[in-house]
Each structure stands twice: as structure tokens, then as C-alpha cells.
Design a protein around this ligand. Structure first.
Ligand SMILES: C[S@@+](CC[C@H](N)C(=O)[O-])C[C@H]1O[C@@H](n2cnc3c(N)ncnc32)[C@H](O)[C@@H]1O
Length: 513
């Protein structure tokens, strides 16, 4: 079978199990917190929260995972526990386009934003470097995939032809199932020198010949308007249109069909690109539509299966997996992608239901953990876009270390209320004017803040949170009162996430007498 060779293939890939295992750190456990904008309760208490938790559906010990870090070491660390356990992997990696991709950072309650780099897709050693990078990761994904599992690799014309050869090598040519063409209108294309490029390729492979594939009504494509218009219902509730032909002659016999649409072919033309006026829009330039992931996840997994996306971006696949009752694991190297995904899953109750699109989902997310690898060097590179040019690395580090906030903690009848009253970014001269000048009050810096009222060393469990979304920019600066049922000392931990991506955590002690 032909194989693809690239610079350093033999050097780097002589041993297939070439991966490092890093330790993970749990940064946050999100288990049925009180969401400020949703709160119908006016008091929180430990007993009330644990009663709510008992009502969770599905497995009791499993927690969905959102992991911040480089996915090669993340996958390496997942192997001891998850080898042959993941039922479906969808990835939408960089496509070797040679460009940087942007997202928008909104400031305070206004609709003004600053553009910032979401991620870089520039490869200094060219296509060889890119292929080398993806090859490693595909080998790890094969290890993680269950025997009846499937992988979907989302790419476009830049590299899909190379990666298809690589997928044949890693997964076996016999396990190729489809090259799905997701065609969308390319309204802004200006070229008159060649035909306008307007589709992505999604390469679908399975780990073996025995794999999950569901003929589910939710994956069907809608009929064209012409067919929809011609459909009629008979007195038994069956749908038909009049048509058919014999010997070249048109007939008008009844052709019976289901009303759920047509079983999809490999060319998908019924899913538009994300628009800014939709609920799912996250202002991130390569965000994919939930409808696309719905078809993939319904077809290639069952309820309670594990779905993973190691390049999760804004968390589209995680949100869809959540709403379809799958367990999920997501990772991304960019902390802003992790922040967006965290809020998107928290806010899932407020997003479109996938079965009845016109309704909202209305249910809260299952518990999930946010983790990161013990690799702190990445923290230093995050804020470059927001800083004045030519500053030194050590200044960036000090900026990150010195942010502070001020709270008032008040007690009344064993109930504690927290007010956030100030946020201080000490090295303001390092921050670009275009951002600084738009900050009118301290809370404009803040994207979300959360409280753990019963903090146990090293494990932050969110009990209450207020966060801004693109559609609801309001932030509550006063928490709901927390009712301590036990007297004595209690530790409170408070976490503030700002719009620059800086996370500040401060701990306090309260005494209930
Ligand atoms: C095309 S975007 C994914 C968009 C996503 N499908 C969505 O709907 O929002 C690719 C993502 O891969 C992430 N990424 C790139 N290299 C990575 C790596 N080595 N480890 C983890 N994440 C990576 C980028 O930060 C970016 O968020």
C-alpha cells in the first residue's frame, strides 16, 4: 500500500508509543452550582445543593472533563485510564492554512470588542512539520478509541489529501467509511482566477469493521422545498408524492416515503455556517455549527458513550454531546478556548434544544471537571495580544502574578453574602490603550467570578457563579446568601476570571458563631 513520507518521519516515529505522561491538576469542579442569572433560590445551603445533586441522571461517579493543555501530553496521560474506551472522536484541528485565526473579546456590558488571536495555524517548517504533528496525535487517538469506535477528522483542501493517506496508514484503508463534503455558501469569496472553494472535508474512519452507526431520525436531511411542497398525507397518516416513471413515461403513482427526510448522503448541503444572530455564536472564527456535530454524534455514538474532541475550541462538540446525553472529554491548548467552553457548558440550559430546535434545552449540565497539565510555561504566552509591544517576558509574568480583587464578606443570621467591590490590574502601563480606554468601571475587566463556600485545600468546587455571555453581558456583583448549617470556622475561596484570561483566586475564613 502506498505510504506518505515527510521530513523526520523515520526519525520521529520509529516507536509508536512515543508519548509523555504529565500529571493533571484539577482546577475546578462544576457540580450543579447556583448560576446567578438563573437563580430562583434566594439562599444557598450545603444540604440544598446535595439534594439537587442526587437528582442528576446517569452515572454517579463519572465527571465530564475539560482539559487545558497541549493535547499530545493530555492524550498520553489519558491512555492508562481510557485506552480502548472512547467511543467517538471528532477533531477539527488547524488545517495548515498559514494564517492566524481571530476571536472577539467583548468588554463590560457594551457591545464593543477587541479582536484577538484565537490560535495560530502557521508552520515554520511547512507541511512536513504539520503532518508530523498530526500523525503523532492520530496514533494516540487510535489507542484511545474503543474497538467499535469512530473518528471524524475535519479538514479542508489544504491538507485533507495528505491526511487521508495517513489515516489509511494509521487506521487501515479497510476502515475508511466516508469522505463527507460539508458544503456551505462562500459569500465573501472574491476570486475570479479559479472556482470558489466552498466545502470542508470530514474524513470518517472506524477502528474496526464492527462499529456503531445509528439510523436515527435526527441525522436525516430535510427534503428540498420542491419535495416538501409535493408531499401529501393519506388517510392512514403515511406520506407520499406522485411520481415515478416507466419506459421513459412519467407516471403519477403514489410513491410512499417517510416524512423525516432523506437518509444522508456524503454531501451535506443542509447545514449553514455559524451566524452572529444565532444563540450558539461564540465570536470565534473557526467555530463549527451544532447541527453538524448533532448528525455525527447521533450516528456514531449511543447515550452515555464517551465522545472526545482534543481540539475543542469553543466546545461545540462538547455542548452537543452534553445535550444528547453522551459523556465527553474536551481539551484545548488556548485558555480562552477553555474559558469559552466552560461558560458554554454552564450556559447550556439557555441554548437551543437539538431535537426541537425552536425550544431551549432548559436543562443544567452534568457535573464536569476543569483540569490542566502541570505545564505552567504556557501561562506566560497568553496575554501577548493585549500588551503594548516590546515588553519583556518577566513583565508579563509579574502582570499575571499581581492582579488582585477586593470583596466585602458580610454575615447575618449564619448567612454569608459576598460583594465584589474592586479589581486591580497593577501594571496597567503594560496593557494596550485600545483596551484600557474602554474600561469604565472595575467590573468591566471581569468575565466571570465564582465562589466555593466550603473550600477544601486544592479543590475548588463552584457553589455560586456569575458570568457574562455574548447575549447577556450583565454580571452580578453580589452573591446569593449562603446559609451555614454548622457553627465554627469555614473557608471560602473566590475565583475571578478577567477578560484578558487571567484567573485570580483568593481565600478567606469566616466564623459563624
Ligand atoms: C479549528 S479550532 C476548533 C474549533 C471548534 N471545532 C469549534 O467549533 O469551536 C482548533 C482549535 O485547536 C486548538 N489547538 C491547536 N493545537 C492544539 C494542541 N496541540 N493541543 C490542544 N489544542 C490545540 C486551538 O487552540 C483551537 O482552539
Amino acid at each position: 500500500m502506498p505510504k506518505l513520507y515527510w521530513e523526520k518521519k523515520d526519525e520521529n516515529h520509529t516507536q509508536k508509543s512515543n508519548y509523555s505522561q504529565d500529571e493533571f491538576q484539577v482546577c475546578e469542579l462544576i457540580k450543579n452550582p447556583i448560576i446567578s442569572s438563573l437563580a430562583s433560590d434566594n439562599v444557598i445551603s450545603k444540604n440544598k445543593r446535595s439534594r439537587n445533586q442526587k437528582q442528576e441522571k446517569g452515572s454517579t461517579t463519572w465527571k465530564n472533563l475539560l482539559i487545558w493543555g497541549e493535547n499530545k501530553s493530555i492524550m498520553g496521560s489519558l491512555i492508562p485510564k481510557f485506552s480502548n474506551k472512547i467511543n467517538l472522536i471528532y477533531i477539527d484541528p488547524p488545517y495548515a492554512t498559514g494564517s492566524n485565526f481571530e476571536s472577539k473579546m467583548f468588554i463590560g456590558e457594551s457591545n464593543t470588542f477587541e479582536k484577538k488571536k484565537a490560535y495560530s495555524d502557521i508552520w515554520e517548517r511547512g507541511i512536513d512539520e504539520y503532518i508530523d504533528y498530526l500523525y503523532d496525535r492520530l496514533v494516540l487517538m487510535k489507542n484511545l478509541l474503543s474497538e467499535n469506535g469512530s473518528i471524524y477528522v475535519h479538514l479542508d483542501w489544504h491538507v485533507s489529501h495528505y491526511i487521508k493517506v495517513i489515516l489509511d496508514e494509521v487506521f487501515g484503508k479497510e476502515n475508511f467509511r466516508n469522505e463527507i463534503v460539508w458544503a456551505y455558501p462562500a459569500a465573501s469569496a472574491k476570486t475570479r482566477k479559479f472556482f470558489i472553494r466552498s466545502f470542508d472535508s470530514i474524513l470518517f474512519y472506524t477502528k474496526s469493521r464492527e462499529y456503531t452507526f445509528n439510523d436515527d431520525p435526527g441525522i436525516y436531511m430535510e427534503y428540498s422545498d420542491r419535495v416538501k411542497f409535493a408531499l401529501k398525507e393519506d388517510d392512514k397518516g403515511m406520506f407520499y408524492y406522485r411520481g415515478g416513471s416507466h419506459n421513459g413515461k412519467k407516471l403519477s403513482q403514489k410513491v410512499y416515503v417517510t416524512n423525516k427526510g432523506i437518509f444522508p448522503r456524503d454531501v451535506w448541503t443542509d447545514i449553514p455556517y455559524i451566524r452572529a444572530n444565532t444563540l450558539e455564536y461564540q465570536a470565534f472564527s473557526t467555530q463549527k455549527p451544532e447541527r453538524l456535530l448533532k448528525r455525527i454524534i447521533l450516528a456514531s455514538s449511543n447515550r452515555n458513550d464517551i465522545v472526545a474532541d482534543f481540539f475543542c475550541g469553543t466546545g461545540t462538540s462538547l455542548s452537543v454531546a452534553e445535550k444528547l446525553g453522551r459523556r465527553w472529554i474536551g481539551s484545548d491548548i488556548a485558555n480562552q478556548a477553555i474559558n469559552i467552553s466552560r461558560k458554554r457548558i454552564l450556559d447550556v440550559w439557555n441554548s437551543n434544544d437539538l431535537i426541537d430546535w425552536k425550544k431551549k434545552y432548559e436543562r443544567r449540565s452534568q457535573p464536569f471537571k476543569i483540569m490542566r497539565t502541570n505545564d505552567y510555561t504556557q501561562a506566560v504566552n497568553i496575554y501577548k495580544d493585549f500588551l503594548v509591544e516590546n515588553i519583556q517576558k518577566k513583565d508579563k509574568i509579574s502582570l499575571i502574578q499581581e492582579t488582585k480583587f477586593v470583596v466585602n464578606i458580610s454575615e447575618k443570621d449564619s448567612m454569608i453574602t459576598v460583594d465584589l467591590v474592586d479589581y486591580i490590574v497593577p501594571n496597567l502601563m503594560l496593557i494596550k490603550d485600545s483596551i484600557k480606554n474602554r474600561i469604565k468601571m472595575f467590573s468591566d475587566w471581569i468575565d466571570s467570578w465564582s465562589i466555593d463556600f466550603n473550600y477544601q485545600e486544592h479543590s475548588f468546587t463552584t457553589a455560586w457563579i456569575s458570568y457574562r455571555t455574548l447575549k447577556n453581558r450583565k454580571l452580578d456583583l453580589t452573591s446569593i446568601p449562603y446559609n451555614y448549617e454548622e457553627k465554627g470556622k469555614h473557608k471560602i475561596s473566590i475565583k475571578v476570571n478577567d477578560i484578558l484570561g487571567i484567573e485570580t483566586v483568593q481565600d478567606y475564613e469566616v466564623v459563624i458563631s
